[in-house]
Each structure stands twice: as C-alpha cells, then as structure tokens.
Write a protein that binds this ligand. Structure first.
Ligand code: ATP
Ligand code: PRP
Ligand code: NIO
Ligand code: MG
Length: 594
C-alpha cells in the first residue's frame, strides 16, 4: 500500500499539510496480518481467503433474536434451501439531501466470507430457544456458511439513490435471511457518516484540509474507528484517531490542547533552553527563550503592530516555547487559551520568528473558540504584517486551523462571511451525524424460488419492488447521470442510443423516454461462494476514496446542493412497472363495504 504521510491531500493543500504534526501511516497488512484497509485479491478460492470483519464483535451472533427463530421455523418447514433474493436498500436520502454515499460493503463481504456459528455460539443459541426445539437444528446450524450465497452490489464509495438496492443477496433462504441485521448494521452508519463527510467536503471546498477529530465524541469505539474510516472515504484528509491511522493507513494529524497551554505557569519551567540550528551545522542557540523574548520586544516596536497588542500572557508563551523546543520542525499552537489577538497570535509569531532565525519553518495556529471568521481574517493580516516587517517569506501563508462545534451550516456561514481558514477540525457533528442519527436501510425479500414477492404498505414509499433485478445508470448528453433504471433480471440490457421508457415505480403519470449516451451497469459480483464465478476484488480504502470523489464530481450540481436539491430520478422499466402493479393487485385483498 502506498500512503505517504501527506499523500492523499488535495490540490494546494499538499504543501500546507507537509509541515503539520504527522505520524506516518504504516502498511496495515504488516500490522495485523489482515488487510484492514481492504485490497483483498478478488480471486475466488481458498488461496486468497477474505479476512474477517475489522471489528471482532462482528460475528454470526451479532444479530437479532428473530433471525434465529425464523431460521428454526424455516428449517422446520423444510424451506431452508429455498432460493431467496433479498435487496438491501434505503428509502430516503439522509440530511435532507438527494444523494447517499454507499459504504460498508467490504465489511459485509468479509462477514459473509467468514460466516459460521462456532460450537459455543450454537450452545448459547440452544439456551435461548425453547427447550422443545429439535437437536438436529443445532447440528444443522453448525454447518451453515455462505458457500452457496452470491452477493452483487454497487461499488463501495458510489453515489446512490433511494429504492435502488445497494446490495443484492441471493442464496438459501435461511442463510440469506441470517445476514440481514449484520449487513444493515455494517451499511447504515458507514453510509450515513460517509455521506456526512462528503457533505462537509462539498461546503468546505475542495482545497481545504478537513481533519476528522471525532473519536472522543463518537458513539463508542466502533463509532470512532469506523467513523474515521468512512469520513476518510467521504473526502476528509486525515484523522486524529491513531488506531484508524494504523489500521487503515489514513494520514494522522494533530495539534495540542488547552491543557498543554494552561499547564505552564512561567519560563522557569523551561529548564533545557538550547536549540540546534536547522542548517546541518553544529551551531546551537543557547537560550531559545531569550531569542523569543527578543523577537517579542522587536514586534512591540513595530508601529503597525502597536494597535494589536501590548503585553502578552507569559505562561502561554512558556507553553509555546516548550512545544517549539519539542517539535521545532512542526510548530503549531492553539492560540485561544487567554486572548487570541492580544496574546495567542503575537506569542506564536515571536516563537515562529525565533524558529525561523534557526532555520525552521513553523506550521501555523489553531483557533478553537470565538468568531472564527473574524479571528482568521485578523490572524492572516497579522501574519502578513510580520512577513513584511521581518522579511520572512511565506509567513503570511501559514496554516490557520479552526475547530469548535463546526458543522455544514457553520462552514456555509463562514464562506458567506469570508474567512482565512485553511483547515477545519471537525468532531461531534461529523462523527455522531448530529443532524440525522440513522440511515434507514432495509433488507427485503424480493423473490423466492423464482417467484417475485412484494411487501405492501399504506405508505407507498415502503412498498417493495419485487423480482430479482438488474440496475443501470443512464447518462445523457452533458455526461451527467439522468436516471437510475431497475429492470427484471431476464429483461434485455438497455443500450446506448436506444429509446428506453423509464417509469416512476408507483406514480402512473411520471414517465419519460430516455435515449442514453452511455449505460452503466451498477452491479458487480463481490461474493460468489463456491460457485466458481469470478468475483470483484475489494479495493483498498484509498481507491474507494478516489472513486467516491470521482462519483461526487460527476453528479449534476442541482442534485448536490444543500438547500432544496433537485431529486434524482429512479425508475423501472415498463415491463417491471406492469409486473409490480399486477402483483400488487393480486396480493392486496379486495375490501368489502357494508
Ligand atoms: N463567524 C462565524 N459564523 C458562524 N458561526 C460561527 C462563527 N464563528 C464561530 N462559529 C460557531 O459558533 C459556535 C460558537 O459556540 P460557543 O459560543 O459555544 O463557543 P465559544 O464561546 O466561541 O467557545 P468555547 O468553546 O470556548 O465556549 C460554534 O459552533 C462555532 O463553530
Ligand atoms: O468541537 P468538535 O467539532 O467536537 O471538535 C473537536 C473538539 O474537541 C476538542 O475540544 P474538547 O472536547 O477537548 O473541549 P472543548 O470543546 O470544550 O474545547 C477540540 O478543541 C475541539 O473543540
Ligand atoms: O489535534 C487536535 O487539535 C484535536 C484532536 C482531537 C480533538 N480536538 C483537537
Ligand atoms: Mg469546543
């Protein structure tokens, strides 16, 4: 795996991230013997086994009780081997948007590939089912696996739309049913948080550095680790979460906290004050504290800086000097502990100027409170004055990072006001998906033994689309996707240049002829059991991220905008439309009025 410490950064941000405090990601495979970041070879067969899910809690027992009772009842009825087709789909896009980033597929395939009940699992299941359940069922359970299951799916990281199944599971009824809860838990949060990350990226703009700071606020360790993974997939540049860095090869970044600043009270605490020059010589600055104080005094004499500050907080300066002595090549300071403009910024600049004299380039500052627009603009002005007055090229362009309860709306407001922020550290709102806590993916039976099945509902949005289906994305003249089309598995593949009737699945009057310039088949086979069918490789996280960026960039902007986005069209073929409504009528009882 090739991930340099700054290798995934976008555009102009690359150089800027270079100096930030970095922990190099390592090859996750070396760390664990498992490919935690994907990239599992796609060949079927035992020579390349797919590793188990990242989270060891994801086992066959991570399911709902009713899956096991249904399994017993299917077995009693002799239906365990009926050939079932299930669709995993979402009915509504999250966050009031009109798109969803699909994530979590690799973990589902890892789960399916390793699916089995251990003897102790089966022993436990025996204790929770009624004692009259037959022993032969438990023996049967010990042998179940996904060797006869076939899983087709839209590639992970794709932009998807409601009703189009993200995953299609085909296999023996009992086993395909048993996958439901685990698949849903693996896809729902992954897709939700990846979409959230993509939305934050869209508002922030493609050249900003987005840092995921969510671990402390995440819903538990799995929320933290999987959140970091899928935020990276959705377009963040780095995480503060070291475990995620090691596991998935995500760049790791960090600054320091207020505690570090407030732990210092005076210069007396700095006992080792010398710092070597960064010029391949043996020159040493004997008293870096003194050098910094000299710069602070020189700054006070600059006319154009006098309106900004007078006396700064010396305990803060002591903290900054100590941090610079520890990390002279990557000095970055949190400047809002006492007073951003009267203390934090001038103190930072004095240290950065002293470092510059010794040949070190500082990174920048972090703001964590107050009006982030105002402070960032003032900070940039201050940096530019220093650049001019002290003749330090590049000083004006140092990185300004902002954090503090940032969300999509804050980013939007900052854009409208104007700001000078280069990097955003985002925690709570991102990782907890504060605006919408769950994505409602469902797992529905659509065919059994070749017979299409339907689930009716008073709420039309909840009526399922029956049949084993194929799904296509039809592209128009502008190169943009026009519509997603579901057709029965036995229908011909739609072709570019042909006129295709696309119908809304439930609204009779909504239909259109589409002559696509290009037709993309959405499904690929990711698991074929022991059928010998070839299967797609599970790409590394870096590739999923790239795919996601490409997909997002290829969408029409009106589907992507934050306010009142245009819904994307999802349709069915004329033949499937007729069949849905035929089945609907044949399954819905006719009422009687008295
Ligand atoms: N210019 C701005 N426009 C819109 N929102 C902003 C702007 N600057 C900051 N914010 C947001 O306003 C909120 C400020 O929150 P709050 O008033 O609780 O924090 P604070 O008092 O600045 O800092 P602290 O965390 O120390 O309490 C944060 O969510 C922040 O992201
Ligand atoms: O604001 P978020 O988007 O969640 O980003 C992460 C926050 O975590 C840190 O603060 P910490 O939790 O230590 O305390 P604070 O919020 O009181 O500063 C950091 O300084 C950010 O403010
Ligand atoms: O590195 C940081 O600045 C950081 C990390 C986690 C949470 N808040 C800030
Ligand atoms: Mg805060």
């Amino acid at each position: 795996m090739e991930t340099s410490s700054n290798g995934t950064v976008l555009g102009n941000s690359v150089a800027k991230m270079e100096g930030m405090r970095v922990a190099s990601p390592v090859d996750a495979r070396k760390v664990e013997g498992l490919s935690m970041n994907g990239g599992v070879d796609g060949k079927s067969g035992a020579e390349n086994p797919i590793p188990p899910p990242t989270n060891p809690l994801v086992t066959a027992l991570l399911t709902d009780m009713y899956q096991i009772t249904m399994a017993y009842a299917y077995w009693k009825a002799g239906k365990q081997n009926d050939l079932a087709v299930f669709d995993l789909l979402h009915r509504k896009n999250p966050f009031g948007g009109e798109y969803t980033v699909f994530a979590g597929l690799e973990e589902c395939i890892r789960f399916a590939a390793n699916f089995r009940f251990t003897d102790s699992d089966v022993a436990y299941l025996r204790t929770i089912l009624p004692s009259r359940c037959e022993e032969a069922f438990f023996d049967y359970l010990k042998g179940v696996d996904c060797s006869e299951v076939v899983i087709n799916a839209i590639p992970e990281g794709s932009v998807c739309f409601p009703r189009v199944p993200l995953i299609r599971v085909q296999g023996p009824l009992l086993i395909a049913q048993l996958l439901e809860t685990t698949f849903l838990t693996l896809v729902n949060y992954a897709s939700l948080v990846a979409t959230n990350a993509a939305r934050h990226r869209r508002v922030a703009g493609k050249n900003k550095i987005l840092l995921e700071f969510g671990l402390r606020r995440a819903q538990g360790p799995d929320g933290g680790i999987s959140g970091s993974k899928y935020c990276y997939l959705g377009g963040f540049n780095a995480t503060s979460n070291i475990d995620a860095g090691q596991r998935f090869g995500i760049p790791v970044r960090g600054t320091h906290s207020h505690a570090f600043v407030s732990s210092f009270m005076s210069f007396d605490e700095i006992t080792k004050r010398s710092l070597e020059y960064n010029n391949n010589s043996s020159d040493v600055c004997k008293d870096f504290v003194l050098l910094t104080m000299q710069y602070l005094n020189r700054m006070k004499e600059v006319q154009s800086l006098q309106k900004w500050f007078a006396e700064t907080n010396h305990s803060e300066l002591a903290a900054f000097i100590s941090y610079a002595l520890a990390f002279p090549t990557a000095f970055q300071a949190l400047v809002d502990t006492y007073d951003v403009l009267k203390s934090g910024i001038p103190n930072f600049c004095a240290v950065a100027l002293a470092l510059h004299e010794l040949g070190y380039k500082s990174v920048g500052i972090r703001l964590d409170s107050g009006d982030l627009s105002y402070f960032s603009v003032q900070t940039r002005k201050f940096f530019k004055v220093i650049e001019k007055e002290f003749g330090v090229e590049g000083f004006g362009n140092m990185i300004i990072t902002a954090s503090n309860d940032i969300n999509e709306d804050t980013l939007d407001a900052l854009n409208k006001q104007g700001h000078e922020i280069d990097a955003f550290g985002i925690g709570t709102h991102l990782i907890t998906c504060y605006q919408q806590p769950a994505l409602g993916c469902v797992y529905k039976l659509v065919e059994i033994n070749g017979q299409p099945r339907i689930k009716l509902s008073e709420d039309v949005a909840k009526v399922t689309i029956p049949c084993k289906k194929q799904c296509y994305r039809l592209y128009g003249k502008g190169g943009y996707a026009l519509v997603d089309l579901m057709v029965g598995d036995d229908e011909p593949v739609p072709k570019a240049g042909e006129r295709i009737l696309c119908r809304h699945p439930f609204s009779e009057s909504k239909r259109a002829y589409v002559i696509p310039q290009r037709v993309e088949s959405l499904y690929k086979c990711y698991w074929s059991g022991t059928s010998g069918q070839p299967r797609e490789p599970l790409p590394p996280l870096e590739e999923l991220r790239r795919h996601c960026q490409e997909e997002l960039a290829a969408q029409r902007t009106d589907h992507m905008r934050g306010l009142n986005p245009t819904p994307y069209k999802v349709s069915v073929s004329g033949q499937l439309y007729d069949f849905i409504h035929f089945l609907w009528l044949s399954e819905a009882p006719v009422g009687e009025l008295h």
